[in-house]
Design a protein around this ligand. Structure first.
Ligand code: SAH
Length: 337
């Protein structure tokens, strides 16, 4: 059995079955999630006989590092091999104020957003909880303790809320102070807008939510995001308006700007209207161009004018800086060889 798929409580139950004291489970859990051990024999505060018993029943899974590409801007793309041979990617993004890891949740993606290259793969499968949680654990071990990952964004390959059952236990380990000990303020789950799962996530965990809006009218969104057929933009925004936001959180709306499609001042005005009554901030993402799409990135002036309008309307609005473009690690480029 995969020990990384078990919560601390579940390990406690298994240890009790073996007639071991409860605190032993916490020791094992810390060895696994805080020290990242590869075998039970490394758990030196546990007796040899117990270690052997554990090794008979459990294994400690790891992703296999297939390649590492370093960008000139400091971004690093890690390509991992899973036990079944599929490949996933994580992107390490250091900047002046934080170190962010962009984590994948599925092999491929079922959402088929027309502008996104990951969508071309279709959905191969969901990642297991341990395959999600191993990404920060293993990247941290590879980059070393001098540069601690401070933020996790679930914005890699896949639709995180389509894999909620495995996402939640993975994030529990990430948040647990006996586990990887990330702050709930520094974990953001991004979604195309799977409305019922958004509420379920909020009920389970106090993490930040980001919604990829990418359009300002129903027709426009339908054109690029097929999920709009299932949950209309209106329904999505209503859910955001009523969203049970914990603490002083805001919902981030990601808005991929595509020249001549959704970058007009008319769009900026409509977007400002749509944000009314929602505790929101907007993150503009100038489109990352690629040979497989005919889509162009708007000029910096256009992006700035769009941002200025939102700011004038009292909306918090930032522009995402493109990172790791030279190593195909930028938004929408993952999974593309
Ligand atoms: N499925 C989730 C998680 C992936 S996040 C979601 O869609 O939110 C990936 C982000 O990159 C999304 O906001 C998506 O709209 C954006 N994106 C996709 N292709 C892009 C591209 N070529 N340039 C810029 N952003 C892109």
């Amino acid at each position: 059995m995969d020990i990384k798929s078990l919560t601390l409580e579940e390990i406690q139950e298994r240890m009790a079955d073996l007639g071991k004291a409860k605190y032993r489970a916490l020791q094992v859990y810390k060895w696994v999630w805080q020290r990242g051990v590869t075998g039970f024999d490394e758990m030196t505060n546990i007796s040899k006989s117990t270690r052997e018993e554990l090794a008979e029943r459990f294994y400690i899974p790891f992703l296999e590092l297939v390649s590492r590409k370093d960008s000139e801007d400091g971004t690093i793309k890690f390509v991992w091999g899973c036990a079944d041979g599929s490949q996933i990617e994580s992107v390490y993004i250091p900047d002046e104020t934080r170190v962010t890891l962009c984590v994948s949740t599925q092999v491929g993606c079922a959402m088929a957003c027309s502008f996104c290259l990951t969508g071309d793969l279709g959905l191969k499968r969901h990642l297991a909880a341990s395959e999600i949680a191993n990404q920060p654990l293993q990247v941290q071990a590879l980059v070393g303790e001098e540069s601690r990952i401070s933020n996790l964004v679930l914005m890699g390959m896949g639709e995180p809320l389509h894999n909620l059952d495995n996402l939640v236990p993975a994030l529990e380990v990430a948040l647990d102070d006996e586990g990887m000990n990330f702050s709930h303020r520094k974990i953001t789950v991004s979604t195309v807008g799977l409305v019922p799962q958004m509420t379920k996530l909020a009920e389970a965990l106090p993490v930040n939510l980001a919604v990829s809006l990418n359009a300002t009218t129903e027709e426009q969104r339908l054109e690029v995001m097929p999920i709009t057929k299932r949950y209309s933009m209106q329904e999505l925004l209503d859910a955001c308006r009523d969203f049970p936001l914990p603490y002083s959180k805001r919902i981030t709306f990601e808005y991929v700007m595509m020249a001549g499609f959704n970058d007009s001042m008319e769009d900026a005005r409509r977007l400002a209207e749509l944000m009314k009554g929602i505790r929101s901030k907007v993150n503009l993402i100038p489109y990352n161009e690629n040979p497989d799409r005919d889509i162009k990135r708007p000029s910096p002036e256009r992006v700035k004018a769009f941002q200025n309008h939102l700011v004038q309307q009292g909306i918090q609005c930032s522009v995402r800086v493109t990172r790791g473009k030279d190593i195909s690690a930028a938004c929408g480029q993952l999974g593309k060889a």
